[in-house]
Write a protein that binds this ligand. Structure first.
Ligand code: HXC
Length: 525
């Protein structure tokens, strides 16, 4: 009998032991010294990041054992654990996602052929399964020793970013350097997160810039989180730490569907759908020249007063983000009178246009809150291309087929009235508050153009001008001319905005639009 009792270590077969040893080696990253350096920079390790991002114990790694082929330029004798990137699928808030996490401790997270193939495979799996892709980027860019294979690897990723665009949500978190052409993968994704102090994105570094143009800068001023969230608009979300970043990504995903064939998940309503707001009524009594933050209106309307803002620091004259109305995700775009009087400019058009297109691609209904005096004037805007770039928001709204509900709160002047999801470009339900001013332009400007001679010839020009302004205001500066023509479906009391919107979006849930058959439109990019 005793001869048949196997020693305890034989419980794990030799084959399994070999597998375990291979796994251990591949999971060791760049070793303890490199890990220490990573931590000293305030950065987490690639696998720690995934653990913090996804649901506990849900990560299934793919291609752990994949290795580089190249032996050029000193690569021959080197073992690069997991080829510097951890890839796999997991769950976030119970829903499937695909993730890749570049490991800076392994040759600076540089991207060689195997590294790129791993990312491509996980993106292909995401598209097959209809699951969002999240890239955690921390890399010195193309692995120099692998030459054109790394460039080709990047291009394969870019190609997949574009194939996946509008099919599954794509999110990039920049958790270290992201330089050169490598920036174009995040740029092709839907949302870019950066961390204050540790994330840097740029095409050419400070030294190259100095030698090429003589301009001085450091990594932070060139391509840090503040630069890209405020100036360039590359970054949609800034986080104070990696923990904060992963928390924000998890929250963002809650508002999104898994793919373009699904709707965002409904959540249990946390607020009274019939809730009226006296505060909103006070906005209609406000001096039309006074500014206010559009956020105050959005918070009043939203379930639980919660607004998940996108692109908060960039083009603050327009505001975009997600709310819930009676438990359903709604994308909100609103002019923000607190900045540039809420006028549209290049930044606002690009920010709003991209957000509208995201919502349309992923079946997220759109609420548009209008308080816009027009386009922001000036040579900088004209020479900067406001004609071509301003057309982006217009194009995006015209093309969007998701349910679109618009509320004109106050000003809706000129071309900006048309652009902001007006009835004419197929807003489904268009409301206006009694304080709405829908006209070609404001009274002062209109009177000065139309009655220049008459005012000049008058014995009392100031009085004559004021009389004309009052007449114009009486005739045009209201929602009623638009309502009489059916361009506004209903003039509503501001206090009843939330219940009205909930009913309108509920009614529109079944909306279907057949698109004309064509290859694709030609958006003014
Ligand atoms: C190969 C690289 C590498 C790269 C870093 N390493 N970047 N190896 N190819 N692109 C290696 C380093 O040699 C080093 O190896 C290890 O990673 C850590 O790098 P350090 O320089 O010690 O780290 P740090 O001081 O933190 O500096 C990080 C860095 C710097 C700023 C990212 O490494 C750097 O400037 N790297 C090059 C960045 C770059 O120009 N990349 C190409 C961009 S163009 P050892 O052996 O010491 O561990 C590009 C084109 C893409 O990516 C095109 C797509 C179309």
């Amino acid at each position: 009998m005793t001869e048949n009792v196997k020693p305890a270590k034989a419980l794990v077969s030799a084959k399994t032991q070999e597998l375990q040893a291979r796994r251990r080696k591949a999971m060791a990253g760049g070793g303890l010294e490199r890990e220490k350096q990573q931590k000293a920079q305030g950065k987490l390790l690639a696998r720690e990041r995934i653990d913090l991002l996804v649901d506990e114990d849900s990560f299934e790694e793919v291609d752990l054992l994949m290795e580089k082929r190249s032996s050029e330029f000193g690569l021959g004798g080197r073992y690069l654990a997991a080829d510097g990137v951890v890839t796999g699928f997991a769950r976030i808030n119970g829903r499937s996602v695909c993730v890749y996490s570049q490991d800076f401790t392994v040759m600076g997270g540089s991207l060689g052929l195997a590294h790129a193939q791993k990312i491509c495979k996980i993106m292909d799996l995401a598209m097959a399964a209809g699951a969002p892709v999240i890239g955690l980027c921390d890399s010195g860019g193309a692995r120099i020793q692998e030459g054109v294979e790394s460039l080709g690897g990047y291009a394969e990723i870019f190609y997949r970013n574009v194939q996946a665009s509008g099919y599954v949500p794509q999110i990039s978190a920049i958790l270290g350097p992201c330089a050169g052409g490598a920036v174009y993968s995040p740029a092709l994704t839907d949302f870019v997160f950066m961390i204050e102090g540790t994330s840097h994105m740029f095409i050419t570094g400070p030294e190259v810039i100095k030698s090429a143009t003589g301009e001085s800068c450091d990594f932070e001023s060139l391509g840090g989180a503040k630069t890209h969230s405020v100036k360039s608009g590359v970054c949609h979300f800034v986080a104070g730490s990696e923990h904060d970043c992963f928390r924000q990504i998890r929250e963002l995903l809650e508002y999104l569907p898994q793919n373009c064939r699904e709707r965002p998940a409904s959540v249990m309503p946390s607020d009274d759908p019939a809730r009226k707001s006296r505060l909103l009524d006070s906005f209609t009594e406000m001096d039309p020249k006074k500014s206010y933050k559009i956020h105050d209106v959005i918070w009043e309307i939203a379930d639980g007063h919660q607004f998940f803002e996108v692109h908060r620091g960039f083009a603050r004259n327009i505001v975009a983000g997600f709310i819930r109305l009676n438990g359903e995700t709604v994308g909100v775009v609103g002019n923000n009178p607190a900045v540039l009087s809420g006028a549209l400019d290049i930044g606002a058009s690009e920010k709003g246009g991209r957000f509208v297109r995201f919502c349309d691609a992923f079946n997220i209904p759109l609420l548009t809150l209008v308080d816009v005096p027009g386009y922001w004037p000036g040579l900088e805007q004209e020479w900067g291309g406001i004609i071509r770039k301003g057309a982006k928001l217009l194009y995006a709204y015209c093309q969007a087929t998701v349910p679109k509900v618009t509320v004109v709160l106050r000003k809706a002047y000129g071309g900006a009235y048309d652009v902001m999801s007006s009835k004419h470009i197929r807003g489904d339900i268009n409301y206006a508050w009694p304080s709405a001013e829908i006209a070609v332009m404001g009274p002062q400007g209109a009177v000065d153009i139309l009655f220049k001679g008459e005012i000049k010839a008058s014995p009392e020009p100031a009085k004559a001008r004021q009389k004309l302004i009052d007449d114009y205001t009486q005739k045009f500066v209201s929602p009623y001319q638009a309502a009489e023509r059916g361009y506004v479906d209903e003039v509503i009391a501001a206090c009843e905005t939330r219940p009205k919107l909930i009913r309108a979006f509920h009614f529109l849930r079944g909306k279907k639009v057949e698109r004309m058959e064509k290859k694709h439109g030609n958006i003014p990019l």
